[in-house]
Design a protein around this ligand. Structure first.
Ligand SMILES: CCCCCCCC/C=C\CCCCCCCC(=O)SCCNC(=O)CCNC(=O)[C@H](O)C(C)(C)COP(=O)(O)OP(=O)(O)OC[C@H]1O[C@@H](n2cnc3c(N)ncnc32)[C@H](O)[C@@H]1OP(=O)(O)O
Ligand SMILES: NC(=O)C1=CN([C@@H]2O[C@H](COP(=O)(O)OP(=O)(O)OC[C@H]3O[C@@H](n4cnc5c(N)ncnc54)[C@H](OP(=O)(O)O)[C@@H]3O)[C@@H](O)[C@H]2O)C=CC1
Length: 509
């Protein structure tokens, strides 16, 4: 039987979302570990004033592709960009490109999605559900299609506590919802969104559940596999440890905590932090593509791609990196609590009060205040994540184990998704270094300067605390007789204790 690399040799692969976090890792891994792959057709849109071509050539210059570049400096020749805006009719792919794709594509990886938790329902539906449906129609026209792999999320069914590798009945028939929202204007949709999403926390998980159902509907006509990763984090091993390029999920939290901005967050210390490294997800995805094409399972297989059931790690076990970030606002000291009131207390004391003082300082020195605004955004972002950090889910992962069992020993190494070997403290450390190097573009050689800055912050804190004590002493102690009496009582008590200990230690000598 063909190994994974042998299977992809000579194949034409189509990828949506190739410019995204996971898409890029998928493209890189395919090129590096399946060097005989024929062509990668990536669906890309122009964005932020940049043409599609410009975006793709920028992407290929990215450090992520260093290893591929070393192996094959002409690797870009295998990447064929196809202009496409997924929210448009027919995905805005030109008829000529449709013809090209339907004639040659063997495998489709559908990664594109909006992953924002605050996405308006209509847009989330357009991209996550309707674009998926259009892509399925396109796939049906492909003459040589052998596998259609859809990237979902382990949280598509987060309204359940135990999640099996099955497609659950959707909250609503997608086509009916699309039809009924079509005529409504944005404000009405916004009003009814909470009723529609019901016991799911956001439009993202809701629309991903509808997308899964839409994909499953085609299982008799297409060779389908569905991957459900949990919280996708920096790479574990490949192409190098700690690669990450965004602020999503834990990355943003690690950065905000490392900069000393985030000091408190609501999370359950004992709940499983179901992080999954991006390279593990991509290895499983490629293996699932191979399995779907080679073994042709009768129905669409769902792969829960999670760590909690295999190698559990808890939010309370996270220890943030020892390599400080540059220009921290305060010394990093983030704590998590599951108690709402305690969290609110620390938000007031450790977030809002310092922000107020700092903004006051900025105002007094003629600058524009900014800290309160930053904290308001941080609180909004954190409030959207807390749902996931405060609860536990259980995912079954039989299909992941089955797939591992199907791989040849060499494939098991090259496309490793065995998370039993994952050492969490080491992984989190590399993750933090990755956010520093690749997200914030900070240089590791600046660490001594960052440490020096932290020492300066510590001295500022000591000075501030001393001044605060003196101030309180002046205001309360010096002006009230009762406070003065209490103060003298406390001081004399301390003095007596001190004399007693000094006397008893001289006696024992
Ligand atoms: C002691 C420590 C304890 C640790 C505890 C860890 C807790 C972790 C907890 C729980 C994680 C759970 C996660 C569950 C996951 C589920 C799994 C999935 O299936 S999907 C993936 C998840 N998806 C998201 O994570 C999207 C979440 N994000 C959002 O929805 C939005 O970003 C939101 C609402 C949070 C904020 O939206 P805005 O509009 O305020 O901000 P914006 O657009 O994101 O960007 C802010 C600024 O940052 C820049 N920015 C963003 N990405 C950048 C980048 N890569 N490079 C440079 N700048 C970037 C942007 O340009 C912007 O800057 P300018 O204001 O425009 O100047
Ligand atoms: N990151 C995570 O923690 C998790 C992610 N997932 C799933 O994995 C998949 C990939 O996620 P991730 O890589 O993190 O997401 P990103 O946001 O990094 O990437 C999204 C991709 O989709 C593309 N895209 C978005 N809108 C359109 C559009 N209208 N037309 C064409 N392309 C578009 C983006 O292109 P552009 O660059 O042009 O914006 C980008 O390439 C998603 O399906 C997500 O649901 C599942 C679990 C966890």
């Amino acid at each position: 039987m063909a190994s994974i690399a042998e299977y992809y040799a000579g194949k034409s692969v189509m990828i949506t979302g190739a410019t995204g976090f996971m898409g890029k890792v998928l493209v890189e891994k395919l090129l590096r570990s399946c060097p005989e792959v024929k062509a990668l057709y990536i669906l890309v849109r122009p964005k932020a004033g940049q043409s599609m071509q410009q975006r793709v050539s920028d992407m290929m210059k990215c450090k992520l592709f260093d290893r591929v570049r070393e192996d094959d400096p002409d690797f870009h020749q295998k990447i064929i960009p196809i202009s496409s805006e997924l929210t448009q009719p027919s995905l805005a792919i030109s008829p000529e490109d449709v013809q090209r794709l339907t004639a040659c594509i063997n495998v489709v990886f559908h990664c594109a999605a909006t992953i924002r938790f605050d996405e308006p329902l209509k847009h989330a539906l357009q991209l996550n559900v309707m674009a998926t449906q259009q892509l399925l129609s396109l796939a049906q026209q492909m003459h040589h299609l052998e596998a259609f792999i859809h990237i979902s999320t382990a949280y598509a069914n987060c309204n359940r506590k135990h999640i099996d590798e099955v497609i659950y009945p959707p909250p609503v028939e997608p086509r009916k919802l699309i039809e009924s929202l079509e005529w409504m204007d944005e404000s009405i949709v916004l009003d009814i969104t909470p009723r529609l999403i019901g016991d799911r926390p956001n439009t993202y998980t809701y629309t991903k559940a509808l997308a899964e159902y839409s994909v499953q509907q085609e299982q008799d006509r297409l060779p389908i596999g569905i991957i459900r990763p949990s919280i996708v984090g920096a790479s574990w091993q490949e192409p190098f440890p700690g690669w990450i390029d965004n602020f999503n999920g834990p990355s943003g939290v690690f950065i905000a905590a490392g900069k000393g901005i985030l000091r408190t967050m609501r999370a359950n210390n004992d709940a499983v932090a179901d992080l999954i490294p991006v390279d593990v997800v991509i290895n499983l995805t490629l293996a699932a593509g191979w399995y779907t094409a080679v073994h042709r399972p009768k129905t669409a297989l769902v792969y829960n791609c999670t760590t909690g059931g295999i190698n559990p790690f808890h939010w309370g076990e996270i220890v943030l990196g020892t390599n400080p970030l540059e220009q921290a606002f305060r010394r990093p000291n983030a704590n998590i609590t599951s108690n709402y009131l305690i969290n609110q207390y620390w938000i007031l004391v450790s977030h809002k009060f310092p922000a107020f003082i700092y903004d006051l300082f900025l105002r007094l020195s003629g600058q524009k205040p900014q800290m309160m605004r930053i904290f308001n955004r941080l609180h909004k972002a954190i409030s959207l994540l807390e749902y996931f950090s405060s609860q536990d889910w259980e995912w079954s992962s039989e299909n992941m184990s089955m797939l591992m069992g199907q791989l040849a020993p060499d494939d098991r190494k090259t496309f490793n998704f065995d998370v039993r070997q994952l050492n969490w403290p080491e992984y989190i450390d590399n993750y933090c270094i990755g956010t520093k190097k690749y997200v914030l573009n900070e240089d590791m050689s600046d660490i001594p300067a960052a440490r020096q800055h932290l020492r300066k912050l510590r001295n500022i804190r000591y000075t501030f605390n001393t001044l605060l004590v003196v101030f309180i002493w002046r205001v309360f102690i010096a002006r009230s007789q009762m406070a003065r009496n209490i103060w003298y009582f406390v001081v004399s008590l301390c003095f007596k204790f001190l004399s007693y200990f000094r006397a008893s230690s001289t006696l024992t000598k």
